[in-house]
Design a protein around this ligand. Structure first.
Ligand code: NAD
Length: 456
């Protein structure tokens, strides 16, 4: 295909009919999306199994379940969110009333990555529908079975002039980006995020960039070590570490380091079994290229747990590295795999400074019982979001904004945030005609003096 202008023209025409703005239509569409996900649960799980060897449990917990919750939450609140919101008027505007009208942008583009291919395609789509937009969805080429299924499900549920899926790789996306969209919502890597923003700038299209980076996880000396180990093992090795908010590296207090590592090894074995290649339930690495990249990291530092790989299965077992240097390749980019380097610290300030030398992370996790330590970290490091005494879980709350800061992204969504991201908030002042305050007019006697009495 040379250009994507035709489907876009059709979407623009459909948007102009005003149908997508009708709240009943939006609710009907969200309900339909929920129904199609529910009724194709088995197919979704099968596609994820083929593409990533994702277990049914993980598929439900981290993809299907999250979406059903988001849809339920949006359906419950959409009438309230979509109403104009009355706000105060300024004193100098006495007689007027002020409102914020949320309105859809129009035709939006959603670009999704491969690691949670269903969740990260449909979660933004829920926001786009709730806010009343038409949408073009571009899923990842690295999960072909899932992307094909996504396309089929959308095709059987919505007319293409309302929501359509365009499949393809980077070249397709580049072509797509030449078109003018009213909003672009991108989830993916930092380098591609830059490409997206540059393309969007040509049309002055606003963007949300949900990117990645190296998310630190700090285990302080007063942490509940056994629980910390369990929650870190879960959050890191979920989806074989291919999670944007997975702990990328650990910083463990020197006094508890050895004891913690014993607990971490136990937790890994308990949750993921002794030999993950045999269990058949451990997510594989998405592609040979990513597998090879991760295998090179196994040469950094010292392997203190795991380290085995299976090339046929494209699988690497949960691996802990010690004695890693900040200059090693594993510390130069987001790991995005089941490899976890462990650093130790005893000087809190030096540890904080080291984290702050790097780009602002997407997530950060703190394990400690001490309120003071929690506050110190929260006040001295900027990051997208995170948890205290847990990992990853913050992203499954519809009440918390989810997004990055600095290099880890811009904009946030989930819950009402998803509705807001895809809405323009139009400020409207409704003026009275029963009287006309003379204050604004310059041709009166003492006009400036009177103005200054109002606006000080
Ligand atoms: P990616 O950036 O390689 O690809 C994302 C999407 O962009 C895909 O649909 C792909 O087809 C397209 N794309 C790739 N190269 C392109 C180019 N040059 N021009 C235009 N489009 C292009 O990311 P990925 O490998 O699919 O996903 C992994 C990355 O995504 C990691 O960095 C991870 O941290 C990040 N991520 C972030 C979140 C989040 O919510 N913040 C969630 C998941 C993944």
């Amino acid at each position: 295909m040379e250009s994507f202008s035709e489907p876009l023209v059709k979407q623009r025409e459909f948007f102009q009919t005003g149908k997508t703005k009708d709240v009943a239509y939006r609710m009907q569409s969200l309900t339909k999306l929920g129904q199609v996900i529910r009724s194709h649960e088995a197919e979704i799980m099968a596609a994820l199994k083929k593409d990533l060897n994702k277990s049914d449990f993980e598929a439900y917990m981290s993809e299907i379940g999250i979406l059903l919750e988001e849809i339920r939450f949006a359906l419950k609140n959409l009438k309230k969110w979509s109403k104009p919101q009355k706000v105060k008027s300024a004193l100098a505007q006495v007689g007027s009333k002020s409102y914020i009208y949320p309105e859809p942008y129009g035709v939006v583009l959603i670009i999704a990555p491969w690691n949670y291919p269903v969740q990260l395609s449909f979660a933004p789509l829920i926001g786009a529908i709730a806010a009343g937009n038409c949408a073009v969805l571009k899923p990842s080429e690295l999960t072909p079975e899932t992307s094909k299924l996504i396309s089929e499900l959308i095709e059987k549920t919505f007319p293409p002039e309302y929501i359509t899926v365009l499949q393809g790789d980077a070249e397709t996306t580049k072509l797509l980006l030449k078109e003018k969209f009213d909003y672009i919502f991108f989830t993916g890597s930092v380098p591609v995020g830059k490409v997206i923003m540059e393309a969007a700038a040509k049309h002055l299209t606003p963007v949300t960039l949900e990117l990645g980076g190296k998310s630190p996880c700090i285990v302080h000396k007063d942490a509940n070590l056994k629980l910390a180990a369990k929650r870190i093992a879960w959050g890191k090795f979920l989806n074989a570490g291919q999670t944007c908010v997975a702990p990328d590296y650990l910083y463990v207090h020197r006094e508890v380091r050895d004891e913690f590592i014993v607990s971490l090894k136990d937790a890994i074995t308990e949750i993921y079994s002794e030999v993950v290649f045999k269990s058949g339930n451990f997510t594989r690495i998405v592609s040979e290229r990513h597998f090879k990249r991760l295998v090179t990291f196994l040469e950094d530092g010292k392997i203190i747990h795991g380290g085995r790989k299976n090339t046929d299965l494209l699988s690497i077992e949960p691996t802990l590295l010690s004695d890693v240097s900040w200059d090693d390749p594993v510390m130069q980019e987001e790991i995005f795999g089941p490899i976890l380097p462990i650093f130790e610290y005893d000087n809190e300030v030096a540890m904080i400074n080291k984290i702050n030398e790097r780009p602002k992370p997407l997530a950060l996790y703190i394990f400690t019982e001490g309120m003071d330590f929690q506050e110190t970290i929260l006040n001295s490091i900027s990051f997208g979001g995170g948890c205290i005494n847990d990992t990853v879980f913050h992203l499954s709350s519809p009440y918390l904004p989810f997004g990055g800061v600095g290099e880890s992204g811009m904009g946030a969504y989930h819950g009402k945030g998803s509705f807001d991201v895809f809405s323009h908030h139009k400020g409207i002042l409704k003026q009275t005609t029963t009287f006309d305050l003379p204050l604004r007019y310059p041709h009166r006697k003492n006009a400036l003096k009177q103005l200054k009495q109002f606006i000080k």
